[in-house]
Design a protein around this ligand. Structure first.
Ligand SMILES: Nc1ncnc2c1ncn2[C@@H]1O[C@H](COP(=O)(O)OP(=O)(O)OP(=O)(O)O)[C@@H](O)[C@H]1O
Ligand SMILES: [Mg+2]
Length: 227
């Protein structure tokens, strides 16, 4: 049995808007194992991004506990939490957030530089990762010179270069055509197996969700397993 990378227990979250309470998450439970890629699907506004932010320690739940590698970010000081996130988690978004003025290689080096890795070592690790996602020939290019699929592959390389234990991806294929999206999710699956990290993929696309080991749907605040 593979080990548990991330666990969330009884996560509740509501927003308060003009005297109105919007309950987004009701007692959500989730476990992600090493080498497991799971999909979270659900209608727009069902709370997928909210849940992902809470799992990644970017937002706090009203109640409930998230553990990543058995550690609770909620009890850490902000500085320690940032360091923990940089070390253990990787984030990929629909809009890649690559820095336009830097080369793709420098973009992939960035999280290593932030983590204090020497520039020579960072460069070598980033080059390995770029090779892994098939972007070696594009390393000196800037974001504007890449296709949508290439940008997302660069974003994957940037998220994985630090060797995170869990990757949180929010609609990373949302802007891509279907063939490119399938390609990107296959790559993610391969990388999940190789790195034995946990992977959480938020998607609207059922055929992409079908490629994952486990599927969940968020409906009326509840996270339900899809058989
Ligand atoms: N900061 C906030 N303040 C108030 N309400 C919020 C806030 N963030 C999200 N919400 C509300 O919480 C609900 C869930 O939003 P969320 O962004 O998590 O949905 P989602 O499933 O990711 O949707 P989409 O598929 O459109 O990205 C929505 O009704 C949204 O309006
Ligand atoms: Mg969202």
């Amino acid at each position: 049995m593979s080990s548990i990378i991330l666990s969330a227990a009884n996560i509740c979250k509501s927003y308060h808007e003009m005297n109105e309470k919007i309950t987004v998450l009701k007692e959500v439970n989730l476990t992600v194992h090493s080498g497991e890629m799971i999909a979270i699907i659900g209608a727009s506004g069902s709370g997928k991004s909210t849940l992902l932010h809470i799992l990644g320690g970017l937002a706090s739940p009203d109640s409930g506990v998230v553990l990543v590698e058995n550690q609770n970010m909620a009890t850490m000081q902000e500085r320690q939490r940032c360091h923990f996130r940089n070390r253990y988690l990787g984030f990929i978004y629909q809009f890649h957030h690559l820095l336009p003025e830097f080369s793709i290689l420098d973009n992939v080096c960035m999280p290593l530089w932030i983590g204090g890795v020497s520039s020579e070592h960072a460069k070598n690790q980033a080059l390995d990762m770029l090779e892994r996602v098939g972007l070696t020939a594009r390393r000196k290019h800037r974001m504007a010179e890449l296709s949508g699929g290439e940008r997302q592959r660069a974003a994957i390389a940037r998220a994985l270069v630090t060797g995170p234990r869990c990757i949180l991806a929010d609609e990373l294929t949302g802007n891509l055509d279907h063939a490119t999206a399938l390609n990107i999710v296959s790559l993610m699956k391969e990388l999940t197996r190789e790195t034995q990290a946990g992977m959480i993929l938020v998607t609207h696309d059922l055929s992409l969700a079908a490629m994952c080991h486990q599927r969940y749907t968020l409906r009326s605040g509840e996270l339900l397993i899809v058989e």
